[in-house]
Design a protein around this ligand. Structure first.
Ligand SMILES: C[S@@+](CC[C@H](N)C(=O)[O-])C[C@H]1O[C@@H](n2cnc3c(N)ncnc32)[C@H](O)[C@@H]1O
Length: 275
């Protein structure tokens, strides 16, 4: 597959992809039940609805700061910090994740914070529980695309639920950071930038009490041009593409300082998209 090309998948391949997502869902449910689902970030969830700057970068806030009174959907909501922050900014927020256990934790937290949020369990490549053309803003990112077997379907579904001229904001961990071995002092390539995966690993190693091998996890690697192509092919026009941040993150093992941290893509759904 050449850079920038996205494949249309056949029925058999689609079944395999669904099985992969199902395996990932089980892994996220198990992680959430073990109290690990929200472990990526050290931000206090109790404060995000009061200070969106804890969650979003300055670049993101330029586009998301103005959500008051608007219908906003967060796809692959995970720790739901983005959801709480957007609700605190006055958005009417729907939180979508494949893991019901992740959503259950977020739901309890939302009640404690007095936030009214709609929680929807769904796969981002099939958002059929959500109507077309009903959101003003769709936000997604922070390590979601890596779990998704079909980037084109994911972003096409995001565009489908947006109103015409609605804003689609993607802020993903930059793909340049994904390809390295976990060696502490040297940068050594673990797999080619053009190897989309799936890369299988055993999640049970991270989950206390889980049977070894019982929780296979599958990750995908999308290139920068594939992210852009998927947004444009979903019927959105690009408003901004930005790469920023070059600090190491606390959980990263390889010495990644100097490589871009974030890939931000801001787009608007066309008035009459072709699909
Ligand atoms: C690393 S978190 C990223 C979300 C958020 N930025 C965070 O830091 O928690 C990944 C989330 O994506 C969800 N996810 C994985 N595959 C998904 C899919 N196919 N559809 C919807 N959500 C998915 C997982 O359940 C998990 O909550």
């Amino acid at each position: 597959m050449g850079t920038g090309e996205l494949r249309t998948v056949g029925r058999q391949e689609e079944t395999v992809m669904n099985e992969i997502h199902e395996a990932n869902r089980k892994g996220w449910d198990a992680a959430a039940l073990a109290g690990l689902g929200q472990a990526d970030r050290t931000i206090d969830w109790r404060r995000c609805h009061r200070d969106a700057r804890l969650v979003f970068t300055e670049q993101e806030l330029k586009w998301l700061g103005n959500v008051s009174g608007k219908r906003v959907c967060v796809l692959g909501s995970g720790d739901n910090l983005a959801v709480f922050a957007l609700a605190g900014l006055g958005g009417e927020v729907t939180s979508v994740d494949i893991s019901q256990e992740q959503l259950n934790i977020a739901n309890k937290r939302a009640s404690q914070l007095g936030l009214s949020i709609a929680f929807v369990q769904a796969d981002v490549i099939d958002l059929s529980p959500l109507d077309s053309k009903c959101f003003d803003v769709v936000y997604t990112g922070g390590h979601v695309a890596v779990w998704v077997s079909d980037l084109q379907k994911y972003y096409s579904e995001a565009a489908r639920i947006l109103k015409p001229r609605g804003l689609f904001v993607v802020n993903e961990y930059h793909p340049f950071r994904r390809i390295w071995k976990e060696s502490k002092h040297t940068l050594e390539v673990a797999f080619s930038y053009f190897d989309r995966g799936p890369h299988r690993w055993d999640r049970s190693e991270d989950i206390p009490g889980a049977e070894p091998g019982s929780l296979p996890a599958y990750e995908f690697h999308w290139t920068v041009s594939e992210f852009l192509a998927a947004v444009v092919d979903a019927g959105c026009e690009l408003l901004l593409v930005d790469e920023f941040g070059d600090e190491p993150e606390a959980w990263e093992i390889a010495p990644l300082a100097g490589l871009p941290q974030f890939l931000l893509i801001v787009s608007r759904k066309k008035e009459c998209p072709k699909t």
